[in-house]
Each structure stands twice: as structure tokens, then as C-alpha cells.
Design a protein around this ligand. Structure first.
Ligand SMILES: Nc1ncnc2c1ncn2[C@@H]1O[C@H](COP(=O)(O)OP(=O)(O)OP(=O)(O)O)[C@@H](O)[C@H]1O
Ligand SMILES: [Mg+2]
Length: 486
């Protein structure tokens, strides 16, 4: 099998503060089922672009077969019967291949793209986050499907999914690249153990640094006192001339002793500082909702949802009580997002209407996070201003989410997928709303941040209706579940 050889790869985007890759050396066997993992913004998607030769870099990358990336705008040439076969293998309706793309649900689109990718010969699939729009069943089916395939690289933040269908793992970390002949979970567990011992070592180093700093402070006080003694001992008369000279000499000796000590302590401190490991950690986020006077701000009875007159969901019954969180569930394409869009008041442009009983409290303040990030256009601060959010609060939240000062002045196009979703979440966190409508808030978001968002929602008193296929999140935060079916 051909090997991809990467030597001394160094790359950073123009104008950004740090390089994403520094002198990376790695060899990839193209027959591996390779998981590509790492936190949001570490450079996974960029790594694909480098393999495809779309960016200029230092070093060399050789042996890359012809590639096709998922998601793609155009399908590779493949025969109809083969696409049909692949769709069948994924448990998808093969007829979706004849439907216009814009009428397919996110999950259906994902399956169609993957089917086309594997129905063609001689291409090396680079798969960037296929799970986002898949429901639980879809995710399990696609994982099973991919586990039967060979030779691809796949980026995902879904640990179970990666474990199911990959055999090697390449992780982009803060300090470089790690390649293991194991599943992502194996890498993760080893990394956790490593982090714990590094954390303990950090705590010990911090303690030692504390004592060095205390010694330095004492030393500084001592040398100040010596200097003071020198100027206070100012006897008059010639007989004291020798005494003055003696005092000055003593003080200068003490000063140089103290300087030496200070330098030595500073060196020690620097040494300890350099040993401190910069561990992956999150800062805590906050969400503050408002309290509408209506104790049941949204009530839906026997509701049907229609798009351009076509019924896509029916029999929806739901009562959202103040301070409660409801998880909206159901398979791909059952109308969850459509219902959320209707409630968020963004239904008109997509021809969404409803039939049945709807109660939405008067003057209800709603904060909406949509499923995908394509609505974001332009610079971050323009987006913030358009939404009427507070610029300082918006920036503070993004910095807590890992943005650097330079990134705040960027156009959205120059952000990673996860970072775009952070922008949408940050806007929502800036809003004091009566009800939060979040459609797949964890799409594109890495494992660490998922945990933080889970904690945030769980510990807050906000009222929320959400869709999220991440089972752990839904189970941890929801007070109730509401299943939608057609
Ligand atoms: N065109 C660009 N110009 C400048 N910086 C960019 C550009 N595209 C991406 N970046 C930055 O480079 C870093 C890596 O981006 P990349 O999209 O490769 O990350 P990723 O690992 O795929 O993240 P995610 O998991 O969120 O998709 C990010 O900090 C991103 O903001
Ligand atoms: Mg990416």
C-alpha cells in the first residue's frame, strides 16, 4: 500500500499568532483506517488541505494518492449501481440519489456523499466530520458501514464512532502530532493518565515556585534594609570617616550577595516555569436566562408541521415549563429542526407552517442557535453588532472558548468548523432569553468543550428546548424528552 511521507512540515496561516504545525514528521500507510483527532482549531481540516496541496507549506509531503474530501460540492464519477449498493449497505433509501440535494435532510445528504465516495475506485477518502447530522441509528449504521471499508482518514469528535471504525489514530495536540496503532479511546485513556500525573507535577512545581518567590521577597526586604542602614548611619566628624567607609563597604557586599541570590532564584523560577505543562483546560462559561411571567411559555397540542404545504411531522404534544429543559428527539428528517425554526420565528423563508394548537407566551424572548453555521457571514464584530449583542461580553466568552485576540478580528470564513459553532453559542450566551432554542449545539464541538457546555446547561435555571444526538448530553441535561414522528 502506498505510504504518505511527511517530513519537516511547518505551516501557519498568514497573520495568525502561532504555527499550526512545526517540523512535523510522520508516515501514514494509506491502507489504515486512520482517525484524525484533536481539539477545535488544532488544524485537522487544515491537515486535509495540506495533503491535498491546497496550501503552501515548508517541508515535504509525498505519496498522497488522488483524494476526495467529504463533504464535497461535486460527486466523483461513479456508476449508479455502485452508489445504490453503498446506500443499501448504509441502510439508506437508494432513491435519495435522484432527489435534489436541498430537499434531503442533513443525515440523508451525509449518506449520499459517503456512498459516492466509496463507489469510486482509486480515490483516497478524506472524511471531515461525517457524524454531525446523523441521528443515533444513522450514526451506528454509518460506523458499521465504515468499519467494513479500508484506507481512509476520518476526522470526528465522536469517541464511540471513531472507536468503531478506525484502527490507527493521529492526534494533533498543543505540542505536536501523536500517532498510535490503537483506537482513539486507548489514546484518550493514556492521555488522561498522563495529564493527571502532569497535573500533580504542576501542583508540586507551583508549590516550589511559591517558596522561591517567598525567599526572593525576603531577600529584597533584607537588601532594602541594608541600604537603609547605610544612609541612616551618617555620623559627623573626621573620626567617623573610617566608620562610614566601613558601613558603605559592608552594604555593597550585602547588596552584591543579595543580587546573586536574586539572580539564582530567578533562574530557578524560570526553570520551574518551563517545566510547568500547559494542560488542556476550559474556563467556566455562564448563561443567565430571564424569567417570563408565563409559567408555561410554550404549549403545543396535536401540532402538525408542514413545509410548502407538505406535512412532515404530526401529533406533536409538548408543554415547556419555565426553568425546564426538553430534549426533542426523533430520527433524521422527522422535522425537529423545522419545528424549532417555526418556534424561533425564522420559518417564513422556508415555507414552514403549522396546524393545531400553539401557545407561545406574549413577548417571549427567544434565543436561537441553528443547526449549521452557514448563516454566519462577515466579520465577528459585525455579526455581534447585527445581533445586538454586547461586544465586550461576546469577546470575553469567545476568549474563554479559546479564541485569541487576533481571532476576534477575523472574518468567519477564516475560522474552523468548531469555532464557527462557538460564535453561534457565544451570541446565544450573550442573550438573556426566556427560552433558548438550541438545534444540535454540540455539532463540530470537541470533547472538552462538550463537557463544559453540558455542565453549563445542567447547572443553570434556563428554559430550553433542544435537539442533540449526543446521548450523554441529552441524558445529563434534559428534564423531559419529546419524541417526534411522522
Ligand atoms: N483561512 C484561514 N486564515 C487564517 N486562519 C485560519 C484559516 N482557516 C483556519 N484558520 C485557523 O487555523 C486553525 C485551524 O483550523 P482548522 O479548520 O484546521 O481546525 P480544526 O482542527 O479542523 O478544528 P474543528 O475541530 O473546529 O473543525 C484555527 O484556529 C482557525 O481559526
Ligand atoms: Mg475542522
Amino acid at each position: 500500500m502506498p505510504m504518505i511521507t511527511i517530513k519537516d512540515l511547518t505551516f501557519g496561516y498568514d497573520g495568525s499568532e502561532n504555527n499550526l504545525f512545526n517540523n512535523v514528521n510522520v508516515t501514514i500507510d494509506t491502507s489504515w483506517k486512520l482517525a484524525l483527532a484533536g481539539r477545535n482549531g488544532r488544524g485537522k481540516t487544515t491537515f486535509f488541505k495540506l495533503l491535498k496541496g491546497e496550501l503552501q507549506y515548508a517541508g515535504s509531503i509525498t505519496g498522497v494518492p488522488p483524494t476526495v474530501e467529504f463533504p464535497m460540492e461535486e460527486f466523483p464519477d461513479s456508476e449508479e449501481w455502485r452508489v445504490r449498493k453503498e446506500l443499501n449497505l448504509m441502510g439508506a433509501d437508494p432513491d435519495i440519489m435522484w432527489r435534489p440535494m436541498e430537499t434531503l435532510s442533513g443525515g440523508e445528504r451525509t449518506k449520499l456523499m459517503l456512498a459516492n465516495l466509496f463507489a469510486s475506485d482509486g480515490i483516497y477518502p478524506l472524511i471531515d466530520e461525517p457524524t454531525n447530522h446523523l441521528d443515533r441509528l444513522g450514526r451506528a449504521k454509518v460506523a458499521e458501514y465504515l468499519s467494513q471499508k479500508e484506507g481512509f482518514i476520518m476526522i470526528s469528535h465522536d469517541r464511540d464512532f471513531l472507536d468503531h471504525c478506525t484502527d490507527h489514530t493521529l492526534v494533533i495536540t498543543r505540542s505536536g502530532i501523536e500517532l498510535v496503532n490503537a483506537t482513539f479511546s486507548t489514546w484518550w485513556d493514556n492521555n488522561e493518565t498522563r495529564m493527571q500525573s502532569e497535573q500533580a507535577r504542576n501542583a508540586q512545581l507551583k508549590k516550589e515556585m511559591g517558596s522561591i518567590e517567598a525567599a526572593m521577597k525576603k531577600n529584597a526586604q533584607w537588601s532594602k534594609k541594608a541600604e537603609g542602614d547605610k544612609s541612616r548611619n551618617n555620623p559627623k566628624g573626621a573620626e567617623d570617616h573610617f566608620r562610614r567607609a566601613f558601613e558603605a563597604k559592608k552594604a555593597s557586599k550585602l547588596m552584591s550577595l543579595s543580587k546573586n541570590l536574586e539572580n539564582r532564584n530567578e533562574r530557578k523560577l524560570e526553570e520551574k516555569q518551563s517545566l510547568l505543562k500547559d494542560l488542556e483546560r476550559e474556563q467556566t462559561l455562564k448563561i443567565t436566562g430571564s424569567e417570563h411571567h408565563d409559567r408555561k411559555p410554550i404549549i403545543l397540542k396535536d401540532l402538525s408541521v408542514l413545509r410548502y404545504g407538505e406535512r412532515i411531522a404530526e401529533n406533536i404534544n409538548l408543554t415547556l415549563e419555565r426553568g425546564k429543559k426538553i430534549s426533542l428527539q426523533g430520527p433524521n428528517g422527522c422535522g425537529k429542526s423545522t419545528l424549532i425554526k417555526y418556534l424561533a420565528g425564522v420559518a417564513e423563508e422556508e415555507g414552514i407552517t403549522v396546524e393545531g394548537d400553539v401557545h407561545i407566551a406574549k413577548d417571549l424572548k427567544i434565543s436561537y442557535v441553528g443547526q449549521d453555521t452557514s448563516s454566519l457571514k462577515g466579520s465577528l464584530y459585525d455579526i455581534c453588532a447585527d445581533r445586538g449583542a454586547d461586544k465586550t461580553q461576546f469577546s470575553t466568552i469567545l476568549v474563554k472558548m479559546g479564541f485569541t485576540g487576533e481571532m476576534l478580528y477575523r472574518e468567519v470564513d477564516a475560522l474552523s468548523l468548531g469555532q464557527k459553532k462557538f460564535v453561534m453559542l457565544a451570541l446565544s450566551l450573550c442573550e438573556q432569553a426566556d427560552v433558548y432554542l438550541w438545534d444540535e449545539p454540540l455539532n463540530y464541538i470537541d470533547v472538552y468543550m462538550r463537557k463544559e457546555i453540558e455542565r453549563l446547561v445542567k447547572e443553570s435555571e434556563v428554559t430550553m428546548l433542544f435537539v442533540e444526538h449526543d446521548r450523554a448530553f441529552a441524558e445529563a441535561v434534559a428534564d423531559e424528552e419529546c419524541e417526534i414522528n411522522l
